[in-house]
Structure formats: C-alpha cells, structure tokens
Ligand binder design. Structure first.
Ligand code: TRP
Length: 336
C-alpha cells in the first residue's frame, strides 16, 4: 500500500560470546527472509560503544559476528552484510532523528531502564538515545520489515513513531515507510540452561547458562548434562510444559533444530528421563553446530578476507543510503 519496496533490516551487537539464543532466536530466522526479500544484516558496532567495552576487542568481535552470520547461512552474495560504523550516514541520520524523537518517548523505553537500573545518571547519553540510532539503521534504507526478538519490539515501535513524525513535520507523506516488526515466536526464545525464566545471554556470568556457537562437543554435552531440570520425566503433552520452564526450554531447542513441533518431540520422548533426553539433545545440537563452528573458524583464519567482504558490504549499503540521505538533507533544509 505504502508503495515502498519490501526491505528487511536487522542487526546484532558485536559483544562476543555468540550463543545458541543468537542463532535460533535471530540469525536462523533471517535465512528464509533472504530468499524472498532484499535483506541487510548489520553488525551494530556503533551501538556496542554505548556501554563500557574494550576497544581492543571490538574489531575482532565484529569479525566474529560477521563470520557467524555467514557460517550460519547468510549469503553475502544475496544479502548485504556490513558493519554499521563503516556507513557514516547512520550517524548523520541518527542526529536528525534525535531532533525528531521527544524526550518523553525515550523516557518510556523499558530497555534503558533495565540496563541503567538505579544508575541512569551515570549512563552515556548514547545509551539513552540508542533506540534513535536503531531507527536510523532501519530507515536509512527505507526498511519495511524488522525481524527482532520480543525485547526489541518497543524500539521498532519508536522507529515507527519517528518515521511518522518526520513525514508529518516536514510535509513529506510517505517519505519513510512505517516499518513492521517481525517478532520471532516464543518457540525460538532460548532461555538460560540454569534458569528457565531468564533469557540465554552473553552477559550471564555462568558459562553453564549458555551454549556458545564455538563450544566443542564435550563442552556442549557437559553443559546439557548440568542443565537445570525438575525431577519429573518428560510429559505426554505440550500443555504440561507450561509450568515447567526448564523442561520447556530443552524441548524447544530440540524442536527448533529438528523443525518439528514440541508435541512431536514429546511423542518420541514422553515418559523418559531427562538424562536420556539430554544425551539425545546434546548429540543433535553438536551435529547442527559443529559445521557452523568449523566454518566460522575457517572464515576467522583469514581476517583480511573478512575485512574485504565487510568493506564490500558497506559499499553496497552505501549505494542505498547515500541517495536517501541526499533527499533527507534537502527535506530538512541543509545546504547541499
Ligand atoms: N538493538 C538490537 C538488539 O540488541 C540490535 C539492533 C540495532 C537492531 N539496530 C537494529 C535490530 C536495527 C534491528 C534493526 O538486538
């Protein structure tokens, strides 16, 4: 209806420790989209500096995320894969959007409140306006669809508000599309192996809480063996998993990797002990992750080649971004 070509934009922060949740919850969902749509998949290294970080590790973490995208099946011939900081227009549009977004809008962002806790006064201004940069990421390419986890939905809604206010205030109806979030289902929301109510996270201090993409077979087996469960055997029906978050998580991981429903997994394992199921799960996960880990290692062994690929991605991204920015500059009244 809006007349905008469909374009998918998503991104991930290069903060190290890529894990199963990143793969099943994000990257894997991007693969189908690239068969149908123009897709841009970004390493958001500008977002990565909004909190304390180690500048000596950032470039390598960015390469690792790029390697993980490609090893998982994001095809750089089909999709544009690039580092945010290499396309300067992100910063330029973010500034303009900082002048569109209202303080009241940002004050409502729950992720900032969660991250800042009682220390809001000591957080960087960049962390506060993080969602504004995210809106610029998407709209710089006139992105229409944004696959994200639940926790980013509010940020995509902010991007919608910014797009609409820009179009209105400058009297340029339909200049930016109003992007839709594509929310990944709860089936692919992977939880910590130590606590079925907390998301699997790279910042969890316990290594046993997550399966890293580069974990070897023994580590994966040990982590699943130690994964928290309740004392009951596997239930007959999916419904019974509702009250058993840890059991639910392990069954969900199995289901995701076999592309089956959870009920189909239970039909196979119902009544059995978790010790048996965990063995089968570890074998399955190892068989799926080891080729990805091997491909990541192969790519990371040649950082110069990865850097070349990254620059090419940035060139392709810029080919879309530069003409959009030229129009934006004219619309806002800057000398051109
Ligand atoms: N904030 C997102 C996250 O932490 C990452 C991100 C940055 C993003 N820019 C984006 C996701 C644009 C989608 C579109 O997951």
């Amino acid at each position: 209806m809006s007349g905008h070509e469909p374009l998918v934009f998503s991104g991930m922060q290069p903060t190290g420790n890529l894990h199963l949740g990143n793969y099943l919850g994000a990257i894997r969902n991007w693969l189908k989209l690239q068969e149908q749509y123009r897709c841009l998949y970004c390493m958001v290294d500008m977002h990565a500096i909004t909190v304390d970080y180690d500048p000596k590790q950032l470039a390598q973490a960015t390469r690792e995320v790029m390697a993980a995208y490609i090893a998982s099946g994001v095809d750089p011939k089909r999709s544009i894969v690039f580092a945010q900081s290499q396309v300067r227009e992100h910063a330029e549009l973010a500034w303009i959007f900082n002048c569109i977004a209202r303080v009241g809008w940002l004050n409502r962002m729950t992720q900032f409140k969660d991250k800042a806790g009682k220390n809001a006064e000591k957080m960087s201004v960049g962390l506060y306006t993080y969602p504004v940069l995210m809106a610029a990421d998407i709209l710089l390419y006139r992105g229409t669809h944004v696959p994200v986890g639940d926790d980013q939905k509010q940020h995509v809604e902010l991007a919608r508000d910014i797009a609409q206010k820009f179009n209105n205030d400058y009297g340029v109806p339909n200049f930016f599309p109003v992007p839709d979030p594509i929310i990944q289902g709860t089936a692919t929301r992977i939880m910590s192996l130590r606590d079925g109510k907390a998301k699997m996270s790279k910042s969890d201090p316990s290594e046993y809480s997550r399966i890293n993409l580069t974990d070897d077979a023994d580590t994966i087996a040990t982590k699943f063996k130690k994964a928290k469960t309740d004392p009951l055997p596997l239930p007959e029906s999916e419904k019974e998993l509702d009250e058993r978050p840890e059991a639910n998580n392990l069954v969900s991981i199995y289901a995701a990797f076999t592309d089956k429903g959870k009920q189909a997994v239970l039909d196979e394992f119902k009544g059995g002990q978790f010790s048996t199921f965990k063995g089968a799960l570890a074998d399955l996960v190892v068989s799926k992750l080891s080729p990805i880990a091997a491909e990541m290692r192969r790519l990371l062994a040649d950082p110069a080649e990865l850097d070349r690929l990254m620059l090419r991605g940035a060139d392709q991204a810029r080919a879309i971004a530069v003409p959009v920015m030229a129009e934006v500059r004219r619309v806002v009244g800057w000398v051109t």
